[in-house]
Design a protein around this ligand. Sequence first.
Ligand SMILES: C[S@@+](CC[C@H](N)C(=O)[O-])C[C@H]1O[C@@H](n2cnc3c(N)ncnc32)[C@H](O)[C@@H]1O
Length: 299
Amino acid sequence: MRTKRVLRLGCVLSITVLAAPLAQSANGKRTFRSDHLEADVVVLPTVFFPNEAEVAVLPFMKENAARFEGKTVLEIGTGSGIISLYAARLGARKVVATDINEQAVMNATLNARRLDLGDIIEARRVPASDITAFSVIRPDERFDVLISNPPYALDLDAKQNTPLTDRGDLGLSIVRGLDAHLNPGGVAILLYNSLFYHYVMVKFAKYEGFEVRNHGPAFFAPWEAETLFNDYLGHLLASEKMDPDAFRFDRHENEALDRIRVSSPHAPLFPGNSKKRYPGIIVIERSADAAARGTAGAP
Ligand SMILES: C[S@@+](CC[C@H](N)C(=O)[O-])C[C@H]1O[C@@H](n2cnc3c(N)ncnc32)[C@H](O)[C@@H]1O
């Protein structure tokens, strides 16, 4: 059953890929035309396709370009490197980009060199033995900006992280490491393109005493529905000594799910910018006077 689910995830990725402007070579290497970068981005096999970042993250970065100019940036889960490339293009002086996927680390390095940004972007491989957010960041390393489009389905039963699934090691560890690795006045920008995990992260960052501005995603993502139904309902069924597989939920068999939409109750993220909608972006501030930050447990 696990294998079936992985195959379904693969299916989602390939559908996404087909919808994007791409060219595929015989060795499986693809290219994506980024309008923001005004350049082609190479995408190696197994690496997350950059069209989502182009649509949902780069416009936000563009409108907040001052956040990046002359700054140090940490990108967690870089994939093809598109977010790091754009941070460098916006004037970041140093970008560290991490990923658990060795191909992604090679991919980000390759694109950085192709776009002549190799001196600014350094890609690091996160080892399977410790996939928490700062495992390849030195204890004394601090950044002005942390940015991430991380896996957005929280699945505590998952055997390993994938581009879409976080088995629970990554999300909370990002927030837990902000005091140690964000400079005072720094900011963490996270795209959680799923309703459930987005709100887990917002609540958790507030609980840890951070100021959070968030713009909730306006939909219930199909992959999170599958996680919620199959894994969490699965636990309940198992405790009732029933066969969880008898109730497995398949989003491809349930068209009604595509029609589930929830409206965001939140005010627009950017004052004076009310017509712009950024799906699922969370902005966590580390106050300039970081010592004055509230204690853990703040509402
Ligand atoms: C949704 S993809 C985003 C890729 C790229 N940043 C983009 O926006 O196109 C998430 C990425 O996070 C990586 N990833 C998953 N778990 C990770 C972890 N614990 N640490 C670092 N990267 C991780 C995946 O390999 C994948 O490349």
